[in-house]
Structure formats: structure tokens, C-alpha cells
Design a protein around this ligand. Sequence first.
Ligand SMILES: *Cc1c(COP(=O)(O)O)cnc(C)c1O
Length: 398
Amino acid sequence: MKLPIYMDHHATTPVDPRVFEAMTPYFLQKFGNAASRKHSFGWEAEAAVELARKQAAQLIGARPKEIIFTSGATESDNLAIRGVAELHHERGNHIITVATEHNAVLDTCKRLERSGCRVTYLPVDRNGLVDPDDVRRAISAQTVLITVMFANNEIGTIHPVAEIGRLARENGVLFHTDATQAVGHVPVDVEKMNIDLLSFTAHKMYGPKGIGGLYIRRKNPRVALPPMIEGGGHERGMRSGTLNVPGIVGLGEACRICAGQMDAESERLRKLRDRLKNGILAGLDEVYLNGDETKRLPHNLNLSFACVEAESLLMGVHDVALSTGSACTSAAVEPSHVLKALGISEELIQSSIRFGLGRFNTEEEVDYVKDRVVEAVNRLRELSPLYHGSGSGKRTGG
Ligand SMILES: *Cc1c(COP(=O)(O)O)cnc(C)c1O
């Protein structure tokens, strides 16, 4: 077993060696511009791009023409949300979203609010789930877009996307989902789920960074977004700029691999995740699961360890790459807006750790991480006057 161990796959994933191998010829030999129509270098690049488009489309039940390539999910979220707001500004100015969205969605919505849009941020329940009835009640004649993420990047909670899609369709409102954490990991089908726009990115599914895509429905209804980036008219005019051919090839290959092994991989990771969870819970008291027990990504685990600072815990397990429930912004440590939205106490938010398992993690690594975490928590709690002073069994949240 090699140290350090990487268990932070919601932040990014390593590139699968098969993906890397598929990409390499497109740097050195097949370096053509996919928009060059006059020679074989261009044709070769274009053919590779179109194959990748097909591979990405297949993974989510779309048609190849409905996929456009972007720099990643942040750009896709911006393009989808700002695009719909601009496209439909005469019909209405209301957007519905959820408090636990990624900042790529929340910050885009906040910006639109400054330019006259009205945004409803729906709450979630204790497990991080949005209630479809809340979505339905929020829809008005002014509503032009519902944007709800597929699966949450911190707590792994999977929203009732198909139900929300049906509601959106029934009410003639477009439905966008940031499916960055779901695509390649759990089944996603834009037809069955009535999804009109869907963001995804390669680097959360064993592809390279800086390349992603946006699914844009072409039929029932046909959606055509105004571009954020002008020039050249690439990607059906919605996203200009010379295509990142090696990146796109990598994205396509990553999609192909995920499609082929999703069932087996998610089953393997679910078992490993449960082994990690059960091992930690057996070794420690006052540990609380954040997020839904079953409506959850198979490779996600988010736990709060009472009376332990997550930052100290990470230092105690320094040879394992994990994340805390707070983000260090410029100066301050900001508690996670996601855990806050679940109603978890500030204390337990500062005590939370996210484990993100991945394709190359082994059972041996899981057991190592479990042992290190149990040891470190016990050590820190021995030093904590809170833990001994308050007595155990007190549940403040989570
Ligand atoms: C990682 C992530 C993003 C951002 O993706 P990039 O490709 O890095 O821009 C957006 N949304 C969610 C839910 C994510 O997990």
C-alpha cells in the first residue's frame, strides 16, 4: 500500500490510464484543429471530437448533437442559467433553485438577482433533500427555470430529479441540473427524467481537468442558448473557441469507461464505503452521518465527530487526503452552506469530514483510513475538556 492515500474524489479524480492513453496521440501526432475543413489533420480531429460527443451523449441518454463542450461544469452552469434568463427575460424573470447547490449555481443566481431576476432558494430537509411539493408551490407564471443539482458534492444526497423534471415539464418551465457528481457514477437519463439542460465535467469521472459539457435539449422543447463567448460560432454558435481536442477525447473515453463499468463500480464502492462507515461507527461513539442514508452517491460518506475539530483531525491523519465541512476562504474558515442548510449545529459542522471513495481505492486502504481516523479521534477527544466534561450521548445535531 502506498501513502498518501487519496480519498477526496468529489474534489477531483485521477485520470484513468486508459483515458490518458486515448488522449496522448492528440497532442503530438493528431494535433489538428477540429474546425480545419481542408486537410486530414482537421478531419481526424473532427472525427475524434464527434466520437467523444457520441460517447458523452450515450452515457446520459442524449443525442450527440445535444452535447456542447465547455471548460467544465462551472462554465456549463453559467451558460445554462444565464442563457435561459436572457433567452426568456420577456416571458418571466423567476428562477427556482435550492440552498445546497454548488457555488457555480448559487453565485450565478446571485448575479442575476442584481440584474433584476427573482430567485427562490428552496430549503432542504434534515437529510439534504428538496421536497418536490416545495418546487411545485414555488412555480409561478413568471418562472422560466428550475435548477436543482442531481447529487450533492458534500453529502452525496441524490435529489428526486425525475419528479422535479416531470413538474417542470407539466408547467412548461425549463429544467437544468448540475449533474457533475452523478454522471458516470449513477444512472442519468435526460429523456426519462425530463431534463432540458445538464452540466457535467470530465475531472470528476476520471477524465482530465478543464473540459466538460452541457447537454442542451433539441426536441420537445428545442432549447437554443445565447452564448457567453462569441467568435467563430463553434459548438452550434453557443460556445465559440477552438476545441480542446485532447481534452474532449479524454472526456469521451472517460464516459465510455464509466458506461461500461458503472454497475460493478458503484456496487464495489458502496461496499467499501459501508465498510468504512461501519468500521468507524463500531470504533467510536458520537459520530453522526450527514446526508441521506440511502438516497446517496455510493462513494460518498460525510460524518461529524462530536468534540473534534475537523481541521485537527485532518492533521492527525495527514497521510490521507480528505475534506472538511468548512471551506477556508481568504481569511476566515467558513462553515459549509450545505451542512448549514441541513440545520446542523455550528459545532458539528466544524467537526465534519467528507470521504470520497474512488476507482483505485482498495479494501486495504479503507481499513487503514478507518484505523487512522479512529485513533486520531480518540486522541483528540482525550485532550478535549468538552468530551469528558459534557458526558457522552449528547446529540446536538447531525
Ligand atoms: C466540481 C463541481 C463543479 C465545478 O466543476 P468544474 O469542472 O471544476 O468547473 C460544479 N458543480 C458541482 C456539483 C461540482 O461538484
